[in-house]
Ligand binder design. Structure first.
Ligand code: NAD
Ligand code: DAU
Length: 358
């Protein structure tokens, strides 16, 4: 079996669902269930004995050691993290604790477990660390896309904490020989995306008749990848990646934020026209910029394509249509996510810049 951490979050839940849809190898899912962890994402697996859910912290070395000893996984895939840049700006502490200390404790437990394995399982074992393109910093419009050999230049507490975790993962391979793999992926979108991030926030706010808050001039560029393509890339790297190797994952889909928001508005105009008439674009509101806002990310995913034969299956046009349709089809998921802690967070983040955003 495999051990997945953070499997109740956006990408982790999509990964677990896709994994068990494609094969029978069981999954142990360790998740702390922070505000971003949502068991409803895994509702389809409620009675599935191939999925073992454990609520707990990756920084709890004793718990991780116990799970490794009990379930003897052939791989650990680390999705668990604090993942939202704006939250890291308001409160970096949790990012240091989970992304750095948590990854360190997880690596320590994995190192001890791996050292104790017999030679066959020891050779086949992999620790796959799911990271981000944000560790490479910000590009100008003319600069080539990030390759695996770009220097790390993280600019936010989030990306700095992910960079630190990547360095620890690298060091555990170089120093102790732990067979690690690291993936650095661009921006994901798709089902179960928590509506604090750009794409789901714009969809749910548009439908609620609220402001669509675009930071600064809206010309920042991100490279968007449908979440299920990220999951297929991780499976590919797990199967074929070389220990100690790093793989960039991206969708070849660079777009300015304002274009993303306009595309969502156009799809909603078509699929769920406003009762009051007119386009959802009339709800777009330019708000104060994110401090230290990275201007452009772009991923060069040639290594993954060349060495492991991976390519994304979705274009942005097909992926964004599926995503908008998923939010239209799942209003109960949205309304439950919007209750509780999420509201408190939204007030703190948007109170000064836009009225009643969520
Ligand atoms: P998310 O915030 O939606 O989910 C994170 C999950 O981790 C949640 O279920 C949460 O409960 C859990 N978690 C948090 N702290 C934990 C801890 N200490 N112990 C155990 N579980 C904990 O994040 P996501 O968007 O699904 O991202 C998953 C991973 O992918 C992260 O490592 C992130 O850095 C990386 N990543 C994300 C994107 C993106 O666009 N979302 C892109 C590239 C890389
Ligand atoms: O690049 C990969 C990263 O993508 C991941 O590592 C992070 O976990 C993930 O959250 C994401 O980070 P971003 O900061 O790029 O994503 P976010 O959805 O927060 O913002 C996308 C862009 O949209 C960014 O330029 C900021 C802008 N934005 C965001 C929000 C929430 C707005 O203009 N308005 C908003 O309300």
């Amino acid at each position: 079996m495999i051990l997945v951490t953070g499997g109740a979050g956006f990408i982790g839940a999509n990964f677990v669902l896709d994994w068990l849809a494609g094969q029978d190898e069981p999954v142990v899912n360790l998740d702390k269930l922070t505000y971003a962890g949502n068991m409803e994402n895994l509702a389809a697996l409620k009675t599935d004995s191939r999925h073992v859910f454990v609520q707990g912290d990756i920084a709890d070395g004793g718990l991780v050691a116990e799970l490794l000893a009990r379930y003897q996984p052939r791989a650990v895939i680390n999705f668990a993290a604090e993942s939202h840049v704006d939250r890291s700006i308001l409160g970096p502490e949790a990012f240091i604790q989970t992304n750095i200390v948590g990854t360190f404790r997880l690596l320590e437990a994995v190192r001890a477990y791996w050292n104790g394995l017999a030679s066959g399982p020891k050779q086949g074992f992999r620790f796959l660390h799911v990271s981000t393109d944000e560790v490479y910093g910000s590009l100008s419009r003319e600069t080539p896309a990030f390759t695996e050999s770009n220097a790390y230049e993280p600019n936010s507490p989030y990306s700095a904490s992910k960079a630190a975790s990547d360095h620890l993962v690298r060091a555990y391979h170089h120093t102790y020989g732990v067979p690690v793999l690291t993936t650095n992926c661009s921006n994901n979108y798709g089902p179960y995306h928590f509506p604090e991030k750009l794409i789901p926030l714009m969809i749910v706010n548009a439908l609620a008749g609220k402001a669509l808050p675009v930071y600064g001039d809206g010309q920042q560029i991100r490279d968007w990848l449908y979440v299920k393509d990220h999951c297929s890339a991780i499976r590919r790297v797990l199967e074929g990646g070389g220990p100690g190797e790093v793989y960039n994952v991206g969708g070849w889909n660079e777009k300015p934020n304002i274009e993303i928001v306009q595309t969502i508005c156009a799809l909603l105009d078509e699929l769920r026209p406003r009762q009051a008439g007119g386009s959802y674009t009339s709800q777009i509101t330019f708000v104060k910029d994110r401090p230290g806002h990275d201007r452009r990310y772009a991923i060069d995913a040639h290594k993954l394509e060349r060495e492991l034969g991976w390519k994304p299956a979705e274009t942005f046009e097909t992926g964004i249509r599926k995503t908008v349709q998923w939010y239209l089809d799942n209003p109960d998921w949205v309304s439950r996510v919007q209750s509780g802690a999420y509201r408190e967070w939204t007030d703190r983040q948007y109170g000064q810049t836009a009225e009643s955003v969520v």
